[in-house]
Design a protein around this ligand. Structure first.
Ligand SMILES: Cc1cc2nc3c(=O)[nH]c(=O)nc-3n(C[C@H](O)[C@H](O)[C@H](O)COP(=O)(O)OP(=O)(O)OC[C@H]3O[C@@H](n4cnc5c(N)ncnc54)[C@H](O)[C@@H]3O)c2cc1C
Length: 379
């Protein structure tokens, strides 16, 4: 486990308090689509969770990636959707604080840090997911402004985010070279929100999309010019892969805790489930793989915090952790028999989330390719 400073440990402890008070009592209502996750954002802000990596000069805490990773794991143990929602708003605040024009950062960062507004980052389109360089949302210069036209889909916080980082193509068919990034205001004319994704797996995560129809971005809302946006997206994606892997660890840890407690109370053939070797070995397998995944996440986290290349380590950690989560959450649910299917337990929710985790921030196949490419330089 990477070492946290006393300030960072306080934030991780605050995340645990936030989860117990504001998340655990609500997860079933969120899962049924009957409550709005945004209602807890001011409490997340008060716990410091929206400003972890944001520079102090912009009102954030200026803490490490390792701290955010630990918080991500704590939040996802309770609810992956809420964890992704909080971390994505945090990331937009951090992105704008570090790269936006001062007036643009000043307009958005305080509202994101306080949880009054939410943020999202939109690369994916109905016609382009894994192949990011194939996006067709078009950005055309019109005088001093940019006009954006296109369609984004499957975006975390897409059902409500007001501060939107949009990646768009400035020169059709030029691939990565022509891609630029803009800060888009979800309340401005030309931004048309679409209904949320029609999937129970997307509910807590508030995944949705929007259409840009003649949307006008001001010159200072260009965040990364053509030629730099693609590189900027790749620069931040290693961290995203690592915290998604950490979230998978949090979900498995919670399912292991729940199944283990159930195994002590449920009796079959005159013994608690724990008394049956064939039953408890499944839990031991989960505990061993969880430990291995956490060590991989730790190693990749240390590379990010040391400013070193984390591409391969991040890809390895995410592939291993997402597979581990899919396999063991299903097995831990099975270990509770029919009871494991009940809404009061996290298994079904976390299983759907583990599936989402295999796609976001680089699908398993894209990451396997990344690892395979690294092998050309030797093992
Ligand atoms: C709940 C949710 C939230 C999301 N949030 C965001 C977000 O906030 N921002 C954002 O920009 N995107 C987001 N995404 C989109 C996500 O990044 C994409 O789903 C992902 O990139 C895969 O793209 P796709 O779904 O279009 O699959 P496709 O690209 O169509 O691929 C389909 C399948 O084929 C595989 N495949 C594709 N190409 C190859 C190949 N060359 N070799 C082998 N296999 C291949 C893929 O791995 C996948 O399994 C989200 C998705 C979900 C489900």
């Amino acid at each position: 486990m990477s070492t946290l400073t006393a300030d960072e440990q306080r934030i991780v402890d605050a995340a645990k308090g936030f989860v117990a008070t504001h998340v655990v009592p609500q997860v079933q209502a969120w899962d049924r689509g009957g409550a709005d996750t945004r209602a807890v954002l001011p409490a997340a802000a008060a716990a410091g969770l929206l400003g972890i990596e944001v520079p102090a000069a912009h009102g954030g805490l200026g803490l490490s990636f390792g701290c955010k990773r630990q918080v991500a794991e704590v939040l996802a143990a309770a609810d992956f959707g809420l964890a992704m929602s909080v971390i994505n708003t945090h990331n937009v605040a951090n992105h704008l604080a570090r790269t936006a024009a001062p007036a643009v950062a000043q307009r958005h960062v305080p509202a994101l840090l306080s949880g009054q507004r939410t943020g999202c980052t939109a690369l994916t389109e109905p016609g382009a997911g894994s192949d990011f360089s194939a996006i067709t949302t078009l950005a055309r210069r019109v005088g001093d402004e940019w006009q954006l036209d296109g369609h984004k889909a499957w975006i975390v916080n897409g059902t409500h985010a007001e501060v939107v980082v949009v990646y768009a193509q400035t020169e059709p068919a030029s691939g990565a070279r022509g891609i630029a990034a803009f800060v888009v205001d979800g309340g401005r004319s030309g931004f048309v929100r679409q209904p949320g994704a029609d999937s129970s797996a997307a509910r807590g995560i508030d995944a949705g999309g929007f259409v840009l129809q003649g949307y006008r971005a001001q010159a200072d809302e260009l965040l990364h010019p053509p030629g730099e946006a693609f590189k900027a997206a790749l620069a931040s994606i290693n961290g995203a892969r690592i915290y998604v892997a950490a979230m998978c660890c949090g979900m498995v840890r919670e399912c292991l805790r729940v199944a283990s407690a159930y195994g002590a109370s449920r009796h079959t053939f005159g013994e608690p489930l724990h008394g049956h070797q064939g039953w408890r070995w499944g839990l031991a397998d989960a505990a061993i793989d969880l430990e291995a995944a956490r060590l991989m996440v730790d190693a990749a986290t240390a590379l990010i915090d040391e400013g070193r290349d984390a591409q391969t380590a991040a890809a390895q950690a995410k592939v291993f952790a997402t597979r581990m989560a899919g396999r063991h959450i299903a097995a831990l649910m099975h270990a509770m028999g029919a009871e494991g299917l009940r809404e009061q337990y996290p298994m079904l929710r976390h299983l759907a989330a583990a599936q989402v985790a295999t796609l976001v921030d680089g699908s398993t196949e894209m990451l396997l390719d990344r690892v395979a490419r690294s092998l050309r330089h030797g093992v």
